[in-house]
Design a protein. Structure first.
Length: 233
């Protein structure tokens, strides 16, 4: 069931007014900066080289305060979407250029494609889970990226692990591997715990196109079936 929520793009000016833990989460932003030499020595493929150049040209850094980190993230082009039920924010999605997520360097599947958009997290309040809010947030991101001709979304998926209890797994900012697979992502780089997945947006564009055509046909059929009311003069 897709819950009746409204998805909005969140600007930095709204973060202080939103009472949801994601606004002050620093998971993706807390990672020690590597030296130029370390980055250079880590280049093992053409994709590594592209990421290295992309990151060095961007030169993003984050202040200490967690809320300010998210403000800086959006200021550098990061995307933050909120799901609202009435006036309450019940879910958050963050996405953006891979270099905006320093913690990515700590994963064995690093680096992602620098030309893709990286999906950092989708968090939904516990009482709204299973109601389709996560899917709504992802769909809105997909629609926006299609308009900008972005070719793909990549994400680090989380798999259940015997060393992680259920609460810790649920509260991790990483997106569930199962959710990503169920929503069109495929495995790009495997890892027992944190694989890298990819969604090619061309396939999504075709699905959206078919959906729009179906809706237009349905609207046309409804219009044709409307009875003509003849009023006597």
């Amino acid at each position: 069931m897709i819950s009746k929520v409204v998805i909005r793009d969140l600007s930095a000016s709204r973060f202080d007014r939103i009472n949801i833990k994601c606004v002050r989460c620093s998971f993706w932003f807390d990672y020690p900066s590597r030296s130029f030499l370390d980055d250079l020595m880590g280049i093992k493929s053409f994709n590594d080289l592209k990421y290295f150049l992309h990151k060095r040209l961007a030169g993003n850094s984050y202040p200490e305060d967690n809320c300010v980190k998210l403000v800086n993230f959006t200021g550098n082009g990061g995307i933050v979407k909120g799901a609202f039920k009435g006036k309450k924010c019940v879910g958050i999605l963050t996405a953006g250029d891979p270099e905006l997520f320093p913690k990515l360097q700590s994963f064995r599947v690093f680096p992602p494609d620098p030309d893709s958009i990286f999906l950092g997290c989708i968090y939904v309040e516990p009482d709204m889970k299973g109601m389709g809010v996560e899917k709504r947030l992802l769909m809105e991101l997909e629609k926006d990226l299609l308009k900008k001709n972005i070719k793909a979304i990549e994400a680090i998926g989380k798999r259940p692990d015997d060393d992680i209890d259920e609460d810790e797994f649920e509260n991790s900012p990483l997106v569930s591997f199962k959710f990503l697979i169920n929503n069109g992502f495929y495995l790009k780089k495997n890892d027992d715990q944190y694989p890298l997945l990819r969604l090619d947006l061309k396939s999504i564009a075709r699905e959206f196109s078919r959906e729009e055509i179906s809706l237009k046909k349905l609207a046309y059929k409804k219009a044709v079936r409307q009875p003509v009311i003849i009023r006597e003069k």
